[in-house]
Every structure is written in C-alpha cells, then in structure tokens.
Design a protein around this ligand. Structure first.
Ligand code: ASP
Length: 438
C-alpha cells in the first residue's frame, strides 16, 4: 500500500525542515510519493518564495531590475542545498531562468512555478528518490480544468520503483505552456497524486496538528479535531476556518481516500482524519466537531400580517436581492415575518435600493435592518437526532449574557447557526468552546 505525502511551504522552508521531512518520509516505507510546495516563511518576518517570484515578475513587467529579489530566491535554495551537503547543480538552471526573465521570454505562471520545481529537485536528491516533473503528469485542458484521466495515467506510468518527489502547484496546458493552480494549489496536486495511485491515505503535512476546533486567535490553544467528515469540513470552511485548498477535496473524496492533516513539527500527533463518514464512533461523547463564524453581517427583517396565508411573499422578497446579484446566506422566519441575512459588504452599496424595492413590491408592515451581526456556527455530524445539544448551546450563551439575534439550523442537522452582535462574537466562540471541548 502506498501513502501520498504533501509538505507545505513551512515544512520546506529551511535545511532543518528538510531534515524533519526526510525523517517523516523514511520512517514509513509506504510513504513513497512526496509532493512539495515552494519554500515558505522561516519566521513571521520572512518571505514566501512564491511571493518573491510574483514580485520578480512584476518588476520585469514594469522594466525594473529584479536582480536583488532574484538573488534572495537563489540563495534560499543554495543555502539549503549546501547545509545538507546535497550534490546538485542548481546554478546553471537559475542562470538560465534569469536570462529568460531578462529577455521576457518566461510567462508569469512558469516563473512562479519554479519555487515548487526547485524544492522538488532538492528534496528528490536529498531523499534519493526519483524526480518527476509536474509538467510531465498534471495535464490541464484549455479551459484550465484538470484532465484527470490523462494526468492519472501519466503519473501511473512514471510511478514505478522506488519513491518519487513531484512539485505541487502547476502542470501543463495542451499548448505546452506551464499553468498554475490558484494560490495554495499544491494541496490539489497532492490530492490528484493520491487519487491517481489509489493511495491508502493522502497525508497533508503542515505546521499545525490538524484542523483546530476553534480559531486560535480567539481561543487559547484549541484542541485539534481528531475526525471530521467532508460535509462538516465544508461547513467549517464556509463560515471561517481555512485549512485546505477547496479544490483538494474532490479528487480524494471521489475515490474514498482518507485525508490526514499532520504536523511536520510534531510528527507523533495523529492530526485530523477527514473521511466521507466514520463507521465506528471513536469518541461518542464528542457532539460538536468545531466552532467557527464570521463577523459583519446585516439582517434585513420584515413583518407582513397574514403573510403565512399568502403565496409568494418570500419569493418576492428574495427576488429583490437576486436582482441586485446578492447571494443570501440565511433566511430565518416566523409566521408573519422573515429575515434575510447577508454579508454587510455585499449589500451595503445597494441597500437603499433594496429597501425601496421591498417596500414597493412586498408592501410589508415593518421593515428593519440590523448591522454589526456576527454569525457563529457550531458544526457536528453527531448533533443530528440528538436532543439537548441546542439546549446546551443556548443555555451556555444565556448564562454568559450573550443575546442571540437569529437562529438557523440546516435540515441535515449538521450545524446550528446563530447570530450575535459583533461585539459578542469572540465571547460566544469561547463560551461554546469551553462547554463542548473535552
Ligand atoms: N507555493 C504556492 C503558494 O504559495 C502553492 C502552495 O504552496 O500550495 O500559493
């Protein structure tokens, strides 16, 4: 059985990190396919190589010399190489790249892809694995989507024998040009490699011990989530938490391959396991998987007496939002009233038009707008059909003196969503975390 391991930018940032990656890969003979990002930040004042490459491109585009930035890039890789005693000529390739850059014969995508390319070259030499260029197996269609079938076949043909290292983030267009995914796209490459090779697991190694139960900027030292389903993950990321590139889910999910988020700096931590579903409940007392949320929503509420007996009131209200191209997040309602919850940023430019049109077309008895609302989501697959969870949530918030402005639960009972004042946002998350984390 084979495991695909992907190492993010912070895992590739320095010679020390390379040593950790090597220990991780060599400690398990199943870890035979390694996907790498470009070197990331060594500390918070440092720069990501990918950012520097974008900067180089911008310089040359405006006719400004990029020599200094280019030197920063080369020296990062040469330092890693020399500190680890890797025998590899990178100087010639860097010099060629610089010449092409000066001649303006390199595209932006090709240039920024070189961060991953050089990372993979170095790591392959360090592990004594085969280097397989992403341009030789990740195949894009002309519309920018990945041709999975031909990409998978290409990788399968090359993944023979001992281990291989391949760069993340880019592939080849049908016209032979290099094309990149959007930022953070090495996650997608790892997922494609895992799907192509029917891996037993896709390990995504980063610098946290998994997906955290709550935002660490709000809750001190939050626990990592041991197990999460793809549906829960979508809920968690929709309302705040950003862990993986969205495009990384589909290839592994389609093939039912579990995805394991791990920490390069704490390799013994089990991290977070993401699957379609968990047949065995390893932790029956854990009802809430994670707590997330976002600030700055507006609630547009209207009352119309007798509305429950009339046909089409809700539709005409929503039509107004649709006409202005505004996507509506939630629509909690009562018998004779309905509220529409939308991000303030999206509704602000046309709010007065919207209110005037609702007034005219729906003829409500009252119409109000409340701003400065935060939406908090408690996500958990095990809340379904389990009485008492929402009671516990609202009791905890009530005890903390937090006023709830709106409540919404999806029909699949995967989450309970509620609105609070922006100023209560952090407190609400902390209160829930403290009542549900174990
Ligand atoms: N290096 C690229 C970026 O920073 C891709 C990646 O690391 O996933 O966006």
């Amino acid at each position: 059985m084979l495991k695909v391991t992907k190492f993010g930018g912070s895992s590739m940032a320095s010679a020390d990190q390379y040593r950790k990656v090597r220990d991780i890969v060599l400690s398990d003979p199943d870890r035979r396919v390694v996907v790498v990002s470009a070197a990331g930040k060594r500390d918070k004042h440092d720069h990501k190589i990918t950012d520097l490459l974008y900067l180089c491109y911008a310089h040359t585009r405006y006719g400004v010399d990029c020599g200094q930035v280019f030197d920063m890039i080369t020296s990062r890789y040469l330092e890693i190489r020399d500190e680890l005693g890797i025998k590899l000529d990178l100087e010639t390739e860097f010099a060629d790249l610089k010449t092409r850059l000066d001649e303006k014969s390199v595209t932006q995508d090709e240039l920024v892809s070189r961060g991953e390319y050089f990372s993979a070259k170095l790591m392959a030499a360090y592990l004594d694995f085969q280097f397989v260029d992403a341009a030789d197996w990740v195949k894009f269609r002309m519309d920018g989507s990945v041709d999975q079938e031909s990409s998978y076949a290409c990788l399968r043909r090359q993944a023979v024998g001992r281990g291989l290292v391949t760069p993340g983030f880019y592939g080849l267009m049908p016209d032979g040009q290099i094309h990149t995914f959007s930022r953070g796209g090495s996650d997608i490459t790892g997922s494609l490699a895992a799907a192509a090779l029917n891996a037993k697991v896709y390990e995504n190694w980063t610098d946290v011990s998994g997906i955290l139960m709550a935002d660490p900027r709000i809750v001190d030292n939050p626990q990592a989530i041991p197990e999460v389903t793809y549906d829960e993950l979508r809920e968690l990321s929709y309302s705040g938490a950003q862990v993986l590139h969205e495009g990384a889910i589909f290839p592994v999910r389609e093939k039912n391959i579990p995805l394991n988020i791990r920490n390069t700096n704490a390799p013994n931590d089990p991290g977070t396991m993401i699957r379609e579903r968990f047949d065995q409940d390893s932790d029956p007392d854990r009802f809430i998987t994670g707590i997330t949320g976002k600030k700055d929503f507006s609630i547009v509420s209207m009352t119309k007496r007798g509305m429950s007996g009339q046909v089409g009131v809700l539709r005409s209200m929503l039509t107004v939002f649709e006409r202005h191209g505004i996507s509506v997040d939630y629509t909690p309602n009562g018998i004779d009233n309905v509220s529409v919850v939308v991000p303030t940023e999206s509704v602000a430019p046309c709010l007065y038009h919207i209110l005037a049109e609702i007034q005219q077309e729906v003829k409500p008895d009252t119409l109000d707008v409340h701003d400065q609302i935060a939406v908090v989501a408690a996500v958990g697959r095990k809340m379904a059909f389990r009485p008492g969870i929402s009671g516990k949530i609202f009791a905890a918030l009530g005890e903390a003196g937090i006023n709830i402005r709106m409540i919404n639960q999806g029909p699949d009972e995967l989450n309970i969503i509620f609105g609070v004042d922006n100023r209560d946002f952090q407190k609400a998350i902390r209160v829930l975390y403290n009542s549900f984390a174990k």
